[in-house]
Design a protein around this ligand. Structure first.
Ligand code: PBG
Length: 328
């Protein structure tokens, strides 16, 4: 009579495996990150993230239409401005590259949620996520003066037609400041997706090539979270953002932080949870696949299933189109 329980009964038949699989992936779970810069018919390859490219707004429009046709949940846009300065003024222009991109994207796919990243790092010449100063005794991003820049940027994006704004700078109070500014400007209906628990991660390396946003000195450890911090710190970050009005919360990166995703899901069951499967998570698989060391499609699917199983229902991923195609 041994063994009594046979777990393998659930596995012999492919149909039964599918029947008992509780974790599912759908193209609607995916958000595709896209990088936009000025130009026409421009596809400028991002070396560390093939086949992704920086796109001009006209090409971006095609990509956005393709994303909608595949049934993706949305796209998130990052802008590479023509000029940078100390406070990222270009981000506040009503004709900024993101404004042009949002307009083109909305025209191409009116029903697809267009999300914009709200941060200064792509627009500042020093590459940090806000205004610099010495009030702490060393050169660093000043929290409160940066809030106004973020709030103004969010209103510019809202006026351009963004459907969701996504602040990623890890400034204290950024969600509240953006919420107030949006409300005052007549956008009280516009949701905020907050990069609530964002770690100071080396996995962002390829993104900084893609967005041309690497810090020119130092690092982001005085504002992004310490990977070694107790999980409770991430939960406090999320709790504050929810209290300030975040409608959707995000954990980033995804794979090394599945414990955080899981705990966020448990602790905030009513708040939609996103996870950012970041550039480095994508590039390392891509590189290994190019060397013939692993099967990219199967590894990607396994990564995305794991993120979903941990509890994220929205996954920002550079595999969005490829995997959506396979799921169809
Ligand atoms: C901007 C921002 C970053 C990413 C998304 N928004 C870079 C950073 O914080 O340095 C990283 C995304 C990725 O690696 O795919 N603050």
């Amino acid at each position: 009579m041994f063994p009594v329980t046979r777990m393998r009964r659930l596995r012999y038949h492919a149909g039964v495996r599918r029947l008992v699989a509780e974790t599912t992936l759908s193209p609607a779970n995916f958000v595709l990150p896209l990088f936009v810069r000025a130009g026409k018919e421009l596809r400028r390859p991002i070396a560390s993230m093939p086949p992704h490219c920086q796109l001009s707004p006209d090409v971006l429009a095609e990509e956005v239409r393709a994303a909608a046709d595949l049934g993706l949940g949305g796209v998130i846009l990052f802008g590479i401005p023509p000029v940078k300065d100390a406070v990222g003024s270009e981000a506040l222009s009503e004709e900024s590259i993101i404004v042009q991109a949002v307009r083109a994207a909305k025209k191409a796919a009116p029903d697809l949620p267009i999300i914009t990243d709200i941060c200064c790092c792509e627009y500042t010449d020093h590459g940090h996520c806000g205004r610099l100063g010495q009030s702490t005794g060393r050169m660093d991003v000043e929290n409160d003066p940066t809030l106004e820049l973020l709030a103004r940027q969010a209103v510019v994006h809202a006026r351009a037609g963004a459907d969701i704004v996504a602040p990623s700078g890890m400034m204290d109070g950024m969600v509240g400041a953006i919420r107030r500014a949006l409300d005052e400007a007549g956008f009280s209906h516009l949701p905020i997706m907050s990069y609530a628990a964002k770690y100071a991660s080396a996995f962002y390396g390829p993104f900084r090539e893609a967005a041309e946003s690497a810090p020119q000195f130092g690092d982001r450890r005085s504002y992004q979270m310490d990977p070694a911090a107790a999980a409770g710190q991430a939960l406090r970050e999320i709790e504050l953002d929810v209290a300030e009005g975040a409608d959707i919360i995000m954990v980033k990166p995804a794979l090394p932080y599945l414990d955080i995703i899981y705990q966020a899901r448990e602790r905030f069951p009513g708040v939609p949870l996103a996870a950012y499967n970041v550039s480095g998570e994508y590039s390392m698989v891509k590189a290994a696949a190019q060397l013939g060391w692993l099967d990219e499609h199967r590894v990607a699917l396994e990564c995305l299933i794991a993120i979903r199983r941990a509890g994220a229902s929205i996954i920002l991923t550079y595999w969005a189109k490829e995997i959506a195609r396979r799921l169809q």
